[in-house]
Design a binder for this molecule. Structure first.
Ligand SMILES: [Zn+2]
Length: 304
């Protein structure tokens, strides 16, 4: 399970959200069979979605969905997170990969390519706020900072990092948003900029120091103070986990889309399999269950 912490820094100049999402990204990698660079891409987006959900939501039960349509080998990327700490997401081509960049890093920008970032906020009443910006680099952190400035008028620094071992598993993943609050002091902003130039990638900091100390390092000499979550019983931070909203009944319902002939064909071939695109979960239905849907459909048709 991952976790998210909040706080303030720079004498009220900055609002901070930071998350450690190693387990979340590793689960996404395993569920979707992601290549190393696709793991970094989706992992950054899942972490970014979680941070934005907590940054932008005004009420509980809101959700933030990031959609990236890139021209690179990965195809599209979708990541969704809610203030319940549940995140999920998928990519167009999980196996797609590209060579390491000249600096020896996973080249997420190249895997995504030029394109567009769309951010949708779903309110509890179902209302959706939708806004798009062109991708700046396809590296996601920079793109989210650009979105926050252009669409939400929130100046910020966004850090996202996923470190994948050569054998596959995710070694460290996480991210951080530093929101520059109105009235922020010029001195604090300059110090932050200097700190950001000096630090290694956020995933390296996270692996080396753990979440709290990684955040302290980014905000060195800016007096980071974590918001106490004690009254919520969440001393260690808000839990963040990979969790889907699919279930067997929703999967069964999706089969109702097919006509009786198609369903009969599936039954003859041994049954049906529905794969959730969000989480990769496979739901299998026996020939008897598939034929029951045909009977249901005929019943509904007669009634309708
Ligand atoms: Zn699912």
């Amino acid at each position: 399970m991952g976790r998210l912490i909040r706080g303030l820094a720079g004498d009220g100049s900055f609002r901070i959200l930071a998350a450690e999402t190693t387990d979340v990204v590793e689960e996404a990698r395993q569920r979707h069979g992601l290549s190393p660079t696709a793991t970094a891409a989706l992992g950054r987006a899942l972490t970014g979605a979680a941070l934005l959900a907590f940054l932008l939501s005004k009420t509980p039960r809101e959700r933030v969905t990031l959609k990236i349509e890139g021209e690179g080998p990965l195809g599209h990327l979708v990541a969704e997170a809610g203030v319940d700490g549940k995140v999920r997401g998928y990519v167009g081509r999980p196996e797609a990969d590209v060579p390491l960049s000249e600096k020896g890093k996973l080249d997420v920008g190249r895997l995504i390519g030029p394109g567009e970032l769309r951010v949708m906020r779903t309110l509890p009443n179902g209302e959706i706020y939708d806004s798009s910006v062109p991708l700046v680099s396809g590296e996601i952190a920079e793109d989210l900072a650009h979105y926050l400035l252009k669409s939400e008028q929130i100046p910020s620094a966004v850090l996202l990092g996923v470190r994948v071992s050569p054998e596959g598993p995710v070694e460290a993943a996480g991210g951080m948003v530093v929101q520059v609050l109105p009235g922020a002091s010029e001195e604090a902003i300059q110090k932050l900029e200097a700190n950001l130039k000096e630090i290694p990638g956020f995933s390296s900091l996270l692996k080396e120091k753990g979440l709290e100390d990684a955040v302290e390092k980014v905000l060195e000499d800016l007096g980071f103070e974590a918001t106490s979550l004690k009254e919520l019983g969440l001393e260690g931070g808000i839990p963040v986990r990979f969790a889907c909203r699919c279930d067997r009944e929703k999967a069964r319902d999706s089969l109702r889309f097919f006509g009786p002939e198609e369903l009969e064909e599936m039954a003859k071939e041994g049954g049906a399999e529905v794969v959730c695109r969000w989480c990769g979960e496979v739901y299998k239905f026996s020939p008897e269950e598939v034929r029951a849907l045909i009977a249901d459909g005929a019943h509904e048709a007669r009634e309708g």
